[in-house]
Design a protein around this ligand. Structure first.
Ligand code: ATP
Ligand code: MG
Length: 589
């Protein structure tokens, strides 16, 4: 932590004029139950649960019918769709699936970017009782085909261009893929073999549909993990998960009726599904969907002109905005913005403070995983922020730190400040119900009633959790267990550093020695003098025992396409080891 900064941002210093949904931390944690959250959300008339019923149908039949559900922003301008229209369009899609004989439980893969078709098809898939499997469009043909094979893809919804470039070359290897539905087809050309014109089918389909009576435990979603630590795993989630999306939208993102919400994640990742589609719809708010890629100037324009009030983004995007400099941010005004949150990887304290300094609002870090289906630990309006901490467990979430004893048994660590594996007591509604075709790996996630996250953390005396690193990334140096995050934070405090990634290298005397890779902000060039300055800076911040012994400059750090620094790849490259599964590696890294 930078010596000049206080180590707390008081909740009373948060502006907004809106009373948060959660103000007293302990009181709500005590009174909350998942059962009560489910009652608050309601249930379809026949019982059970269906995500699309909760997200769309409830509103389409009620007072929010004409409210805008999504504003799709692209080069051509802004297109809006109301809750009532979204209901009718998703009904059409469910009818299209029915007509094609696609039945309950079948896997519908969705590869259509941040287009209206993607959102409509996802909701129609839920309505028809099928399992929605979103895919990230920047993947190449191989990783897309691999996921479709693992997920037993029965139907694929995509665009003509994506199909031609990315799916057609692999189609022969996907015999189970029976229908490919293309949106936005060029009608002057013949349809590609083995494809159907989705827009034409939609135009003929009826706008009424009786939602399939799914049970809470019926599978609804298949999400692939980011592949940061190895081969991506397919996590299965059920319709009942929607109760977590509802409660976390309320308490972690503080969604209020009049909000304009912007989740910058692509629906190909779990954040873009749970919080880019489901949670904001559950709360009946208007969401902004930006079809374009990251661009600092355009992002500030969106925040301003769309009058975004709640913004959910990621550390990598925040670091890119920081890199673009404060002057650009100050060319715009954000009077409606009242809450900013971030997820995906550790949020450096510098980024929390950047929000406070440049946008007038701190960034609220929160922690969760594809497997947890929703936010578990967060900084929220209900308590002060400790920059660098991922916050405190949400209502209904029981988190602890565990260790294995000599016999291999998992023990809960009661001692405050002790480092260990982060674990959650099972039973929250959006917990994964399996890894597809990998029961053994799934069983390894559990020790009795505890779900083991694979992340290392510690809890402080106020119940805040501090991320240390993934268990695979942690560095054992001179008898200390060092998390890369701590090293990276210290480097990020230096004005030249845009991003940092730290790894351990085998060392005969210290066990492992630390090497850090940094990329620089504009205006700084790699130079020996700067390298020495950074080594000195790190040593003064961290102490000689855990300061990096080596620092190297990289123009970009290797990242997953969901924006996470791939330390395992930095390490493999440094040590000349095989690179492993790099299907999610961002291009050019
Ligand atoms: P894989 O499991 O395939 O290796 P992944 O773990 O990166 O990939 P995700 O489920 O997308 O896949 O990411 C969850 C992980 O991201 C968490 O386990 C944690 O390591 C990291 N993470 C997410 N949010 C935070 C946060 N706020 N602070 C620290 N780490 C975070
Ligand atoms: Mg993981």
């Amino acid at each position: 932590m930078n010596a000049a900064r206080p180590d707390l941002i008081r909740k009373s210093s948060q502006p907004g004029g809106v009373t948060p949904n959660w103000t007293a931390y302990e009181a709500l944690r005590k009174s909350f139950s998942w059962e009560q959250a489910r009652r608050e959300l309601g249930q379809p008339a026949g019982g059970g649960m269906n995500i699309a019923w909760a997200a769309v149908e409830r509103h389409a039949q009620g007072t929010r019918a004409d409210r805008t559900a999504f504003r799709f922003v692209d080069d051509a301008g802004t297109t809006t769709i109301s809750y009532a229209q979204l209901s009718r369009e998703s009904n059409r899609f469910a009818n299209v699936l029915n007509t094609l004989g696609v039945a309950r439980g079948d896997a519908v893969f969705l590869l259509a970017g941040r287009s209206q078709a993607m959102y409509v098809a996802t909701l129609g898939t839920f309505k028809n009782g099928c399992v929605a499997c979103p895919l990230f469009p920047a993947f190449g043909p191989e990783p897309l085909a691999t996921r479709m094979k693992i997920g037993d893809a029965r139907v694929l919804v995509t665009t003509q261009a994506l199909y031609r470039r990315k799916v057609a070359p692999m189609r022969d290897s996907l015999p189970g893929l029976r229908q490919v539905l293309l949106t936005g087809c060029d009608r002057s050309l013949p349809m590609l073999p083995g494809t159907l014109d989705l827009d034409a089918l939609m135009a003929q389909a009826a706008t009424g549909f009786d939602i399939v009576a799914t049970a809470e435990e019926d599978p609804a979603l298949l999400h692939f993990t980011s592949g940061t630590t190895g081969t991506p795993k397919g996590a299965i989630h059920v319709h009942g998960a929607v109760v977590t999306h509802y409660a976390t939208g309320k308490y972690a993102l503080d969604l209020h009726d009049e909000d304009v919400f912007w989740c910058t994640a692509d629906p190909g990742w779990v954040t873009g599904m749970s919080y880019g589609i489901i949670a904001p719809l559950l709360h009946g708010v208007t969401s902004v969907v930006d079809a374009g890629e990251f661009d600092a100037q355009r992002w500030y324009e969106i925040l301003e002109t769309q009058e975004v009030s709640v913004w959910y983004t990621a550390p990598t995007a925040l670091r890119m905005l920081m890199r673009a400099g404060p002057a650009l941010a100050r060319e715009h005004a954000y009077p409606r913005l009242r809450f900013i949150a971030s997820v995906g990887e550790p949020l450096n304290p510098e980024a929390v403070w950047w929000g406070q300094d440049v946008l007038g609002l701190p960034v609220h870090d929160n922690w969760w995983q594809t497997e947890t289906g929703g936010i578990m630990i967060a900084n929220t309006p209900a308590f002060d922020i400790k920059p660098g901490s991922m916050g405190r467990p949400l209502p209904g979430v029981d988190a602890c730190i565990v260790r294995r004893d000599e016999s291999g048994a998992v023990q809960v660590v009661e001692q405050v400040g002790e480092q260990g594996e982060l674990a959650l007591r099972r039973g929250w509604p959006s917990m994964l119900r399996g890894y597809l075709h990998n029961e053994e790996r799934y069983q390894k996630c559990f020790a009795g009633e505890l779900y083991l996250t694979g992340d290392l953390a510690r809890r402080d005396e106020d119940g805040y959790f501090w991320f240390v690193g993934r268990s695979d990334d942690v560095i054992k140096c001179s008898g200390h267990l060092v998390g890369p995050f701590e090293i990276e934070n210290a480097l990020m405090e230096h004005p030249a550093v845009a991003e940092a990634g730290a790894i351990g290298k085998p060392d005969p005397t210290t066990g492992e020695s630390i090497k850090a890779f940094v990329s620089l902000k504009p205006g700084f060039e790699p130079a020996e003098s700067l390298r020495l300055e950074l080594l000195g800076h790190a040593r003064s911040r961290l102490g000689a025992a855990i300061a990096p012994k080596e620092i190297a400059f990289l123009s970009v750090l290797p990242r997953t396409r969901s924006g996470k620094i791939m330390r395992r790849l930095l390490k493999a490259r440094e040590l000349g080891l095989p690179e492993g599964d790099i299907s999610t590696l961002e291009a050019g890294a």
